[in-house]
Write a protein that binds this ligand. Structure first.
Ligand SMILES: Cc1cc2nc3c(=O)[nH]c(=O)nc-3n(C[C@H](O)[C@H](O)[C@H](O)COP(=O)(O)O)c2cc1C
Length: 382
């Protein structure tokens, strides 16, 4: 049966992937309370239905990250796409560019920026984890410059990695190489195994030449994680602002004071994010954090939001409450794992269709009109 919604894509991904990878994508930190709140809190808002409005041509395009885009959502950084599908990063970027929406490559990727630049002339964005080794960090920035990256998303909510208990149960955390028992588990998913393994042993291309990171994606990722700078501070953001001439966006902010500080340091925007509930369990949902952040930073500063976006109506609510655009995480990772490039394209199409239907039934002709209506378009559920 063809997937009709994002949950169907999730179930398809669960069938296709080894459990160790599905749980890595699907899970959150500790009690997974924040992860669930990201979804549940969208239901705290209702959409205002307006009927008998004279029909006008619909326009889903809008402005975020300094440009006009045909849809108000983009593909955010998700690590290890190339382990969920063979050449997963390339498949995701192709689907994004076919829909003319931005794609952001994670630091933890099988493909490098140069690989992606070779397959697409379209806009590229890069997510940077600042590492203790500033020389390597500089190298990543230089790679981004060489690939003509437009926006650098600096992730700041991962000083240490939140404990995701599903990963502990599955032995994911301690995994650095493919053992015979792991291979036996992989062999239970032959379509996935063939798809990923026929491109050779996956490795993190950005550090492939550096022997100290070891060999193979799992070992390299473990070594990279260990080297994320635990002492990152606003002084480092100021350094990055000086160092990087392009657009700079801070990803992983939930407090109005932090958002104001990012703006005052000259950043071009932030992503309101709790890392999909994978880091600080107990943190607020992103949709709950959004209104106070918008009030604090004023109308001009670019606010992106991610976390729990699974429906077109979620996007409507985020935009009405003050986001300029939203970013997908698991939604497209499920699409990729279950259906490759076509799966990602289908996730984008499903969300665009749902968004279009919601707007029509709300009597709103365009995303810009929705943003203008703002809090008049949604209201707290009684
Ligand atoms: C499997 C997985 C890997 C991720 N890897 C990264 C990453 O490398 N860098 C990053 O900034 N965020 C990463 N994230 C967080 C996403 O960018 C995003 O904040 C989150 O997925 C949004 O929540 P959602 O998945 O509920 O939409 C990852 C998320 C998932 C699910």
């Amino acid at each position: 049966m063809a997937p009709v919604n994002i949950e169907d894509h999730r179930l398809r991904a669960r069938r296709r992937l080894p459990r160790i990878f599905f749980d890595y994508i699907d899970g959150g930190a500790f009690e997974e309370e924040t992860m669930r709140a990201n979804r549940a809190d969208f239901s705290r808002y209702a959409l205002r239905q307006t009927v008998l409005v004279e029909p006008q041509p619909q326009d889903l395009s809008t402005h975020y990250l300094g440009l006009r885009h045909p849809l108000p959502f983009m593909l955010g950084p998700v690590g290890f796409l190339g382990l969920y599908a063979g050449q997963g990063e390339a498949k995701a970027v192709r689907a994004a560019h076919a829909a003319h929406i931005p794609f952001c490559l994670s630091t933890f990727s099988i493909a490098s920026l140069a690989d992606l630049r070779a397959i697409t002339p379209g806009p590229l964005h890069f997510q940077l984890y600042v590492l203790e080794d500033r020389a390597l960090c500089e190298e990543f920035i230089a790679q981004a410059e060489a690939a003509k990256v437009e926006t650098l998303f600096v992730t700041v909510d991962t000083a240490i990695t939140g404990i995701r208990e599903r990963d502990l149960h599955n032995g994911f955390r301690s995994l650095t190489r493919v053992t015979p028992s792991l291979l036996a588990r992989f062999a239970l998913k032959p379509h996935w195994l063939y798809d990923v393994a026929r491109h050779g042993v996956p490795s993190v291309r950005a550090v492939e030449q550096r022997a100290e990171f070891g060999r193979g994606a799992l070992e390299q990722a473990a070594n990279l994680s260990r080297r994320i700078d635990k002492t990152l501070s606003w002084a480092d953001i100021a350094w990055l602002r000086e160092r990087w001439a392009g657009r700079l966006v801070i990803k992983g902010i939930l407090a109005p004071g932090d958002a104001v500080r990012a703006r005052d340091l000259g950043c071009d925007g932030i992503v309101i994010s709790n890392h999909g509930g994978r880091q600080l369990d107990g943190a607020p949902s992103t949709i709950a954090a959004l209104p106070a952040i918008r009030a604090a930073v004023g109308p001009e500063f670019c606010l992106m939001l991610d976390g729990g976006i699974r429906r077109g109506a979620d996007i409507v609510k985020a935009l009405a409450l003050g986001a300029d655009g939203v970013m997908l995480g698991r939604a497209y990772a499920y699409g990729l794992a279950g259906g490759g490039e076509a799966g990602v394209a289908d996730v984008i199409a499903i969300l665009a269709r749902e968004l279009s239907i919601s707007l029509t039934l709300m009597g709103i002709a365009s995303i810009d009109a929705l943003k203008e209506a703002g809090r008049d378009a949604v209201f707290p559920r009684a």
